[in-house]
Ligand binder design. Structure first.
Ligand code: FUB
Length: 334
């Protein structure tokens, strides 16, 4: 696409970047004490050539953004955690999330160890904007990418995670790593996201992680070849009118989809798309209620002129119909 194509898409975009002085992606949004806090990846050009493993996503630190209200400017609170301060991590700080329990904040993040394997770490702080102090080791039994933390109504916290291809989930079965394991063939059930309840201190898994099933309307697992609907990465969980809404990216088909269920462990039944494809290969989101309205936080690569690893976080209101179905957003007006 030419520069003028991007200019015209920018004009048609339903929302503009929340910040433009740095590139940000993978926004996980929460409201703490009435203020919106966004935990994004901090995209940089690390000079690493593009490949299918996503090595060009060479992020090294995290910033936290915050806003008074959906139409207010976003504040960048600076570096909240840097890879040089994480003893076990070597590179690629990908999509994070955060939670509050009591008066402490817990920041969950994936990164690669020196041997190239992704794990998930946790860092703690006294403020929603950090700084966050990392635990010396990753969460025991954690693997793959894209942690998303969800607090249920009974006060239990769950960590959802996983992503195929560069996120390495295809190399795991029953929580065991084997490089020989690959994505199932097209006619087999797709790999599901993983969930584990967290311990009371929020620092470990309280149980063995389990794979979540995403079913079609007939109750059959989505197939690996069903790339328009199967799970790829970018888990998110929210609750709406008592139902659990699990949402995710379909990766190589570039949709944000959702599935609903009656338990934080699923199974979840596929319902439809939340967001049509954005500019850039990746799509990643969170959903958060702010002042009685619901918002999708997402990203695209318009500001960088389509550079897939230089993205900008955005937000747009979403709407449910009377059946609890989420209306699909088109990120650029026709
Ligand atoms: O930002 C790096 C990776 O790109 C994330 O972990 C994925 O979800 C995708 O957005």
């Amino acid at each position: 696409m030419s520069e003028s194509d991007y200019a015209s898409l920018k004009a048609k975009a339903i929302s503009q970047p929340l910040v433009e002085h740095i590139y940000t992606a993978d926004p996980s949004a929460h409201v703490f004490d009435g203020r919106i806090y966004i935990y994004p990846s901090h995209d940089i050009d690390a000079g690493i050539p593009f490949n299918d493993n996503g090595d060009h996503f060479g992020m090294q630190d995290y910033h936290v953004l915050s806003m008074d209200a959906p139409d207010s400017p976003a504040t960048d609170h600076g570096v909240a955690l840097h890879i040089k301060d994480v003893p076990w991590a070597e590179r690629q700080m990908w999509a994070p999330d955060a939670a509050r329990k009591g008066d402490k904040y817990y920041f969950y993040f994936p990164a690669k160890r020196a041997d190239g394997i992704f794990q998930i770490g946790v860092a703690t702080g006294d403020s929603p904007t950090g700084p966050f102090i990392p635990q010396p080791e990753p969460i025991q039994g954690s693997y793959s990418i894209d942690p998303a933390v969800f607090e249920d109504d009974d006060g239990s916290f769950y960590l959802y995670f996983g992503g195929i291809w560069g996120g390495q989930l295809q190399h795991y079965r029953d929580n065991q790593y084997n490089e020989q394991y690959q994505e199932p063939t097209a006619g087999g059930p797709a790999l599901g996201p993983i969930v584990a309840r967290l311990t009371d201190d929020m620092l470990e898994f309280d149980e063995d992680p389990v794979e979540i099933q995403i079913l079609d309307q007939q109750g059959k697992p989505l197939l690996a070849g069903d790339t328009d609907r199967r799970f790829f990465e970018a888990s998110w969980m929210h609750k709406y009118q008592g139902k659990y809404y699990f949402s995710y990216s379909t990766g190589d088909s570039h949709y944000i989809c959702y599935a609903t269920g009656d338990s934080p462990y699923g199974p979840f039944t596929y319902q439809g798309r939340i967001l049509e494809p954005v500019v850039g290969w990746t799509t990643h989101h969170s959903i958060c209620e702010v002042q009685g309205k619901w918002y999708l936080f997402y990203h695209d690569s318009i500001l960088s002129g389509g550079v897939t690893h230089l993205r900008s976080v955005k937000m747009a209101e979403i709407h449910y119909d009377s059946q609890g179905r989420i209306q699909t957003l088109r990120p650029y007006q026709e």
